[in-house]
Design a binder for this molecule. Structure first.
Ligand SMILES: Cc1cc2nc3c(=O)[nH]c(=O)nc-3n(C[C@H](O)[C@H](O)[C@H](O)COP(=O)(O)OP(=O)(O)OC[C@H]3O[C@@H](n4cnc5c(N)ncnc54)[C@H](O)[C@@H]3O)c2cc1C
Length: 383
């Protein structure tokens, strides 16, 4: 039986552990630096059909309907005039058991965690050292806790310590010159929106998205991405983004961008700088990177979690079938998504009225063009 160590109990680590725990040839353990997995956060997440199909393999279709939502369309709006431009029928990519889904991130994490035995996750394990000894890998955590494993899966997120350790700090994520603003808003404060859809508002150097996270019709998820310059000193001070003064400064900047009915009624606002990956790192034979630790995208294609799941599934198939093409396929997909994410962010943030005029016409045409959609979305949503 091969021993697998997974570093990090986020979406990718939990998902890949769910796959391996069913296979008697492997014994899997997750090492998580925090002392628990936070399940109280009410922010949302979007999952496209590619990841829903994989999640269904471990029983996601049994999650109660009240805890998730299946949006029909994405409605595109121009922020300035609050005018709808067009819509894209996202449900065209759905099948009977596999539908584009929005839900609370905490619900997804809870689902992934609850299927694992309690002793499979070791908490308070912060990775400090990774050493290769022939075919085995020796891991050292805080308090000098040592573990030996045959296979190592690093899934500790965008600032991956595991990746830094094996690449000698060679590849670091870079600041994407933007901050993400998360919040919740109640249905009563949303006017003229189609509540069955995802609403995407585009403005000068800023876009935001609102969508329901379950069938209760209570709190909706708000996620905005604002172009923002920060100097190195500010980026190093992560607690800055939690400070009330910083959040108030961001709200002031948004005052002439979002209607006051929305801005004044946003709850639980949290800001954080968006970091993205710049290159690929492919470790040797028995060490693998998945999720954001392998590659973190700009959030404007909403694929981070779906790709975390997809990379976990591809890795499982590679390891159990003794194949070694994991990175070849992954890099191709990552490049496709990265290009689309960047293009989306560029198009969503345009400001020149003439360019915006042509963007809107293009959007109206492209969102109804089946061939374009099959290529732009279909190739990503298929696996
Ligand atoms: C604003 C924003 C909105 C997004 N919205 C969407 C969306 O709608 N749809 C979508 O698909 N994706 C979305 N994403 C992306 C998605 O959230 C991430 O891609 C996904 O959570 C990555 O999962 P992960 O498991 O790789 O990493 P993480 O979720 O970051 O998990 C990493 C885990 O590793 C642990 N860890 C860290 N360091 C160590 C260490 N030294 N030792 C041990 N453990 C450690 C952490 O505590 C954590 O539990 C969004 C991202 C952003 C920034």
């Amino acid at each position: 039986m091969k021993k697998i160590a997974i570093i990090g109990a986020g979406i990718s680590g939990l998902f890949v552990a769910n796959l391996f725990k069913e296979n008697p040839n492997y014994q899997v353990t997750i090492y998580e630096k925090n002392n628990s997995i936070g399940l109280d956060e009410g922010y949302g997440i979007q999952l496209s059909t590619n990841s829903i199909k994989l999640l269904n393999r471990i029983g996601f279709n049994t999650l109660e309907n009240k805890d998730k939502f299946n949006p029909e369309k994405i409605d595109f709006y121009e922020l300035k005039q609050q005018k709808k431009i067009c819509d894209l029928n996202i449900s065209e990519f759905n099948s009977e058991n596999c539908k584009y889904t929005t839900l609370k991130r905490s619900k997804l994490i809870e689902f992934l965690k609850d299927r694992l035995d309690n002793n499979l996750i070791k908490y308070d394990y912060d990775i400090k050292k990774i050493e290769k000894n022939n075919d085995q890998i020796s891991l050292t955590f805080n308090e000098n806790n040592k573990v030996i494993c045959d296979l190592l899966i690093i899934s500790d997120g965008v600032f991956s310590k595991g990746k830094s350790l094996i690449s000698n700090n060679g590849i670091k994520p870079v600041f994407n010159n933007s901050i993400a603003i998360r919040g919740n808003i109640s249905r009563n404060n949303l006017n003229n929106l189609n509540e069955k859809n995802i609403s995407l508002f585009m403005g000068h150097n800023f876009h935001y998205v609102i969508y329901p996270v379950n069938n209760d019709n209570e709190a909706y998820n708000f996620i905005g991405v604002l172009k923002y310059e920060l100097i190195a000193k500010e980026l190093d001070n992560y607690s800055l983004f939690k400070e009330e003064v910083f959040i108030k400064g961001v709200k002031d900047k948004l005052q002439n961008k979002i209607s006051s009915t929305i801005l004044d009624n946003l709850n639980n606002i949290k800001c954080f700088p968006v970091f993205i990956s710049k290159g690929f790192f492919k470790p040797g034979n028995n060490i693998f990177l998945v999720g954001d630790a392998f590659y973190a995208f700009p959030p404007s294609f909403a694929q981070g979690a779906s790709q975390s799941i997809e990379s976990g599934s591809e890795l499982y198939d590679c390891i159990t079938n003794y194949k070694n093409d994991f990175y070849d396929n992954r890099i191709l997909k990552v490049k496709m998504i990265n290009n689309r994410s960047k293009l989306n962010q560029f198009a969503f943030h345009l400001s020149n009225p003439i360019v915006v005029f042509f963007r809107n016409i293009s959007l109206k045409i492209l969102t109804k063009n089946k061939k374009f959609l099959a290529n732009y979305l279909g190739r990503i949503y298929k696996n």
